[in-house]
Design a protein around this ligand. Structure first.
Ligand SMILES: [Cu+2]
Length: 458
C-alpha cells in the first residue's frame, strides 16, 4: 500500500496537505569531514551500497561515494587546495568530474582526455586550488547514464570567508526510475529516452530522501543550495508566496539578491537561496513546479528562536569570483548548432547508429573527441558563442574548465546554458584555461548519443 502511494506521489498537488503517509526522513545531507584533520584530505569510495529512499520502505541497491550514504557534501574554503582521494570499489572504471568549478585540465575527470579511467581497485588523487566560491557538484564522466542513474553524485561547497546566515544546507535533487519493489530499473540508454528528453525517474528525492523534513528555528536565516543532480529532469523549486526568500547565486556565482520566485534548474544547474524562517512555529512545503506541481520536501519551524526578531535586511551580495571578463568588442564569434533527436529527419539515421544528435552537423564519435576537437580556441582570446537549438527538446549545454556569461539584459555567470527548443542563447567567455575540454548536453542520455564534443584551448 505504502509503496503504491510512493510511486504515485507525482500526482499529489502542492495544494493538497502534506500527506502523512510516511515517517519523514531528516533532510540534511551529511557533510564529509576530512579523513584526518592534519591532511585535510577527503576520501571518496564509489561502491555498490544500499539506501532507503524513505523510512519503513525496502532499501534500494544504489551506487554511492560512501558506504550507506548518499550524496556526500564536500566543503572547503575559497582559496584552499581541495584534496580528494578516490578509491574505486565498483566493478567498472569510473572518474570524478568537478562540475562548474574551474580546475586545471588534468583534474577535470574525463577519462581518455584528462586522465586514465580509475579502474576497479585503483585510486586517483584529485588536488587543485579552488579559486571560486559557490555551489558546485561532482559526478563520474564515464558510462554517465548508468553511473549517475544509479546514484553517483555529490555536492561541492566552496565557502566564502564569511556570509551572514545561521545555517547552510544542500538540497540535491534527483529522480530515480524504480519498479514496484523499489529496484532501479536498469535500462539506462533506451533509444526512446536518448532521442527524446532523456531518462526520467518516477520518484523525486532531496538528498536521496523522499520528501524529507528540514528543521528550522524561529527567526533563523538559512541558505539553501539547490543542485539538480538528475540525469534528465528539469526542476523549478518553488515556495509558497508568503515565505521570505531571496535568490543570491546562480550556478555558483553571485547575482544581485532579489526575491525568489522559482528558478528553472536543468540537470547540472544550481542556485542558492536565503530563507527567513519567520517568527512563529510553521510548516512550509517546498514544491517543484517545472512539470505537474508536486511537493519535494518541507521544513518545520519550531523550538527556541535564534534571535528575538526576524532579520529585515535583505541578504548582502556575495563577492564576485575572480573570472576574466570577456571583451565583447574584440570577441571572436562562434556558433554551436544543436540538431537531431526525435521528430526530425535525422531520427531515421539515428535509429541505425544509436547516435541521435548532431553538433554543427557532425555526428560526434566519442573516440574522436580527443583527436578532433570541434573548435580550436586561442588562449586568452575572448569568444562569443551563439548556441542555436534546432531540436524539439531543451538542452542544458555545459562547458568544462570555463565559466561563461549568458548575454542578456543583465548578463550572469554560469557553466551550463539551458537552451530551449527553437531558441538561441548567446554566451561569452575568455578561453583562459589551456587543454581539451568537453562541451556537452547535461541530459546524460543526449550526451551519450552524440551531444558531446571537445574544444581545445591552445
Ligand atoms: Cu540535450
Amino acid at each position: 500500500m505504502r509503496r503504491r502511494q510512493l510511486l504515485s506521489y507525482g500526482a499529489i498537488s502542492l495544494l493538497t496537505p502534506w500527506p502523512n503517509l510516511l515517517r519523514a526522513s531528516e533532510g540534511a545531507s551529511p557533510w564529509l569531514a576530512p579523513a584526518t584533520s592534519q591532511s585535510g584530505q577527503f576520501k571518496l569510495a564509489p561502491q555498490a551500497s544500499q539506501w532507503q529512499l524513505a523510512p519503513e520502505l525496502p532499501s534500494t541497491d544504489i551506487w554511492t561515494y560512501a558506504e550507506n550514504s548518499f550524496s556526500p557534501v564536500i566543503s572547503v574554503q575559497q582559496g584552499d587546495t581541495l584534496d580528494v582521494q578516490v578509491t574505486n570499489k565498483l566493478m567498472e572504471s569510473t572518474s570524478v568530474h568537478w562540475h562548474g568549478i574551474r580546475v586545471p585540465n588534468n583534474m577535470d575527470g574525463v577519462p581518455g582526455i584528462s586522465q586514465p579511467p580509475i579502474a576497479p581497485g585503483e585510486s586517483f588523487n584529485y588536488q587543485f586550488k579552488v579559486d571560486d566560491a559557490g555551489t558546485y557538484w561532482f559526478h563520474p564522466h564515464i558510462n554517465s547514464t548508468e553511473q549517475l542513474g544509479r546514484g553517483l553524485v555529490g555536492a561541492l561547497v566552496v565557502q566564502e570567508s564569511s556570509y551572514p546566515v545561521d545555517r547552510d544546507e544542500v538540497i540535491l535533487l534527483n529522480d530515480w526510475l524504480v519498479d514496484e519493489e523499489l529496484n532501479i530499473i536498469d535500462q539506462f540508454s533506451s533509444p526512446r529516452d536518448m532521442s527524446h528528453d532523456g531518462r526520467f525517474g518516477n520518484v523525486i528525492t532531496v538528498n536521496g530522501k523522499y520528501r524529507p523534513t528540514f528543521h528550522l528555528r524561529p527567526n533563523e536565516r538559512v541558505r539553501f543550495r539547490f543542485i539538480n543532480g538528475a540525469t534528465a529532469r528539469i526542476f523549478r523549486p518553488s515556495l509558497p508566496q508568503q515565505v521570505k526568500a531571496y535568490i543570491i547565486a546562480i550556478d555558483g556565482h553571485p547575482i544581485e539578491p532579489k526575491p525568489y520566485t522559482g528558478q528553472l534548474l536543468a540537470p547540472g544547474m544550481r542556485c542558492d537561496i536565503v530563507v527567513d524562517a519567520g517568527s512563529t512555529a510553521s510548516e512550509t512545503v517546498m514544491g517543484d513546479t517545472a512539470y505537474e506541481p508536486t511537493g519535494i520536501c518541507r521544513w518545520l519551524v519550531s523550538g527556541q528562536a535564534v534571535r528575538s526578531a526576524p532579520l529585515t535586511n535583505p541578504p548582502p551580495r556575495l563577492s564576485d569570483n575572480p573570472i576574466a571578463k570577456p571583451d565583447l568588442n574584440r570577441a571572436i564569434d562562434l556558433e554551436l548548432r544543436l540538431d537531431g533527436g526525435a521528430m526530425t529527419m535525422a531520427m531515421m539515421k539515428g535509429m541505425q547508429s544509436g547516435q541521435y544528435w548532431y553538433l554543427n552537423d557532425q555526428q560526434i564519435d566519442q573516440d574522436t573527441l580527443l583527436n578532433k576537437p570541434l573548435m580550436s580556441l586561442q588562449l586568452h582570446q575572448s569568444y562569443r558563442m551563439k548556441i542555436v537549438n534546432n531540436t524539439r527538446f531543451a538542452h542544458p549545454m555545459h562547458l568544462h574548465g570555463h565559466t561563461f556569461q549568458i548575454l542578456q539584459d543583465i548578463p550572469y555567470w554560469t557553466d551550463t546554458a539551458l537552451v530551449m527548443p527553437g531558441q538561441t542563447t548567446e554566451i561569452a567567455f575568455v578561453a583562459d584555461n589551456p587543454g581539451i575540454w568537453m562541451l556537452h548536453c547535461h541530459v546524460v542520455g543526449h550526451q551519450a548519443s552524440g551531444m558531446m564534443a571537445s574544444i581545445e584551448v591552445v
